[in-house]
Design a protein around this ligand. Structure first.
Ligand code: T5A
Length: 208
């Protein structure tokens, strides 16, 4: 398989993105696909430094400053990693992308949604994933899965009410973008979720 394709995994904290990005990449490897796997915030040396600022430092930073930190990481990542890989015809698999910013900094932090989309479009030259797996889960279940894990992450520490608002944001984003986003019921077992993701991907690729 040699065809550029851009896939993102989205969901609230603890929805299983990291687990399913990994399982999906194992599947891609098993079929000999040419792919890269990356994440946001991060994905470049500058992006990883910004991740530290966004998630670990200055807990009371302004909501606009937080937005620009995530977008600065994305602009660097997009130019240095994502766009070159797509240009080379690779599959790009990413743990979080534009929908995270709209859900967290837009809906969660109550920034103007159009302004968030405008800044994001500028950072990515208007590029959206070809396919997004939105892992939908009850925030209480997601929290239960993370019990015992210490993250020391400013955003995760905002609590259940915040995760609820972010989830509602994700559902609105999904409802407006059903051509691109597939909602996966992530309350199920790891294998059920992984199988559905693989099936949807194969169907989509075969129809391209
Ligand atoms: N952020 C990010 C923004 O606010 N704006 C942005 O623009 C961007 C890009 C860090 C933070 O950054 C914020 C959002 C985040 O708060 P992150 O590193 O992706 O982003 O952080 P988290 O989402 O918190 O990552 P986690 O690793 O905590 O959660 P995941 O990846 O959703 O979940 P995962 O795979 O680690 O799974 C959690 C646990 O559940 C189990 C796993 O084994 C694991 O123990 N699990 C399941 N258990 C039962 N059934 C299943 N189906 C399961 N799937 C996974």
């Amino acid at each position: 398989m040699k065809k550029a394709f851009f896939i993102s995994f989205e969901g609230i904290d603890g929805s299983g993105k990291t687990t399913h990005t990994r399982i999906f990449c194992e599947f891609l490897r098993s079929i000999g696909a040419d792919f890269i796997s990356t994440r946001e915030p991060g994905g470049t040396p500058l992006g990883e430094d910004i991740r530290n600022f966004a998630l670990k430092k200055y807990k009371d930073k302004s909501v606009k400053a937080e937005l620009y930190l995530f977008e600065a990481s994305r602009a660097e990542h997009f130019e240095k990693v994502i766009q070159p890989a797509l240009n080379e015809g690779k599959i790009v698999v990413i743990d979080r992308f534009c929908d995270s910013t709209l859900a967290y900094q837009g809906y969660g932090n109550k920034n103007d949604l159009e302004a968030v989309e405008f800044v994001d479009d500028f950072a990515t030259n208007n590029t959206k994933p070809d396919l997004t797996f939105y892992l939908d889960i009850d925030p209480r279940e997601a929290l239960a899965r993370r019990i015992g894990r210490s993250t020391n992450d400013i955003i995760e520490d905002r609590g259940l009410l915040y995760q609820d608002i972010v989830r509602k944001g994700y559902l609105e984003i999904y409802n407006k973008n059903k051509h691109r986003i597939v909602l996966i019921d992530a309350n199920r077992s790891v294998s059920e979720v992984a199988d559905e993701i693989k099936d949807v991907f194969l169907q989509r690729i075969n129809n391209e």
